[in-house]
Write a protein that binds this ligand. Sequence first.
Ligand SMILES: [Fe+2]
Ligand SMILES: [Fe+2]
Length: 270
Amino acid sequence: MEIKRENLIATLGGEESVARMDSEAKADALEDFLSTELDKILLSKDPFPTVAEVEQKIPTRHYRMGVGNLFVAQAPGAKVKILPPMPDKPTLYDFFEKRFAPANHVLQSAALAMKNGMPEEIILACLLHDTAQALLKADHGYWAAQMYTPYVPEKTAFAIKYHQALRFFADPAYGYEYPDLYRRLFGEDYVPLPHIRADYEMLKNHPWYEAPRLVTVNDYYSFDPKAKVSIDPFREIIGRHFKQPKEGLGNDNSPVAHMWRTIARPDMAL
Ligand SMILES: [Fe+2]
Ligand SMILES: [Fe+2]
């Protein structure tokens, strides 16, 4: 993955328009471009840290790494923005457009899964697999699976839940290697937590092992500023497999409605 200065400037409308931006606008634009702390880490060329070095960085931040993307402005000096209001009966599309945006990573992952001819329930899992990171990043696969369970096929929720554990374990049969990103995020000597190791042991003999494994294989970390990402190619799959509640997500009194409401209104003080 590579981000070139000229690409960034081009996406901002060229040198002249960048010159007209004040520093806050530049910080906002950079935040949009990089979109998350994760993208910044992906760009690093430094040697991999140790677990101890990762831990030493904790008190240098004003937020915790597990916080949801909606809840903190991560670019230096940036502030959180006013979010567009949600409609009375929000759909999955409203959440993608107004709360998960830019959602490049999941849209590109789903596009890759589609290109690779994956089954529809796996393409849907790829489309949704990291969207709970709007709410929080720590244990995001487990949170996301819970959030989507009432609305998606059982295998899709299974794939979303366990992609998180399988990301820590290579599987040469599927061409999946342990990601350098994890060496950078967790430290090169990191040992996955007991619940992750236990779930991996369970999954190895599970008839649905392939479902979360295929999410990890199509987990696409790249930022191409010219890439056109859109939810449109997935509308038919969503229509066939996502049970949109007629009252709107968050209003259907399901066991997970509060999670959708929190994403809809992250500025509520209590
Ligand atoms: Fe993930
Ligand atoms: Fe991912």
